[in-house]
Design a binder for this molecule. Structure first.
Ligand SMILES: [Zn+2]
Length: 251
């Protein structure tokens, strides 16, 4: 395999000390990043291991604060085409659903096809693994109505289980998206996101200075192909975290 594991520009972890199991020399450990567990989940449960750069991004983007919440409200991944960015986002989505039990994950895009592609990949991969498939209710577990795709995960295998968690997709101009309480927001193919006027309203905060919908999500993962013809207005800017502290969140 060729290429570099570590990105050219990335925000260093808050934790310092002796090098941990990441391998890049940083001090992150399974206690300070959920990325290690996501990497194990990909390898041992999904049987779809992460490439070294994807593992690095999962570990660094998955950094946790001492209270256990994600350090980064926004993680921006800029990577060359055909490098497995969608695979990384699919693995993380399934990890959030099946392991972390994040109540609602929303995949969105101005071009619904991008969000749909990731959703289909995630549903297909989960159904291939018996332990995971058992948690997708046979009735109402996968809803394929165009534009209203939804995958339900329930330990009881029951779509009406009050503890069930969901992965939905919605176009960014979808009115319905605004009323949802989103735990993780995934925006793949960021370069296509040029108009967010549809989001309007008080919940459409400027995320990381990008003018992207916030939706109150605890963490947003944005994927963009490097070298796109119409790059969005991004740079190594300073972000503020949910507590108002300055920090940047580029990987
Ligand atoms: Zn590291």
């Amino acid at each position: 395999m060729r290429g570099r594991t570590e990105p050219r520009i990335a925000t260093p972890p808050l934790v310092s000390g002796a090098p941990g199991p990441c391998g890049c020399g940083c001090a992150l450990t399974p206690e300070t990043s959920y990325g290690f567990a996501a990497d194990t989940f990909a390898r041992e449960i999904l049987l779809a291991p992460l490439d070294p750069w994807e593992r690095y991004v999962a570990i660094h983007g998955g950094e946790l604060l001492p209270d256990g919440s994600p350090r980064f409200a926004t993680v921006l991944v800029l990577v060359a085409r055909q490098n497995g960015k969608t695979h990384l986002l699919v693995v993380l989505t399934l990890f959030w659903l099946f392991i972390e039990r994040i109540e609602l994950i929303l995949g969105t895009s101005t071009k619904l096809d991008y969000a749909k592609e990731s959703w289909l990949k995630a549903a297909k991969l989960a159904r291939r693994i018996p332990e995971l498939a058992a948690e997708i209710p046979s009735r109402g577990g996968i809803r394929k109505t165009n534009g209203e795709q939804e995958m339900v995960v329930s330990a009881e295998g029951d779509a009406d289980d009050p503890d069930a968690v969901r992965y939905k997709i919605a176009a960014s101009n979808n009115e319905g998206g605004r009323s949802l309480s989103v735990g993780r927001l995934i925006l793949d193919e960021l370069r296509e996101h040029t108009d967010y006027s549809a989001w309007g309203g008080q919940r459409a905060h400027h995320v990381g200075g990008l003018g992207l919908p916030d939706l109150g999500a605890e963490q947003r993962w944005l994927g963009q192909v490097r070298g796109a013809q119409r790059p969005p207005q991004v740079g190594p800017g300073v972000h503020r975290d949910r507590r108002g502290r300055r920090r940047s969140g580029h990987l």
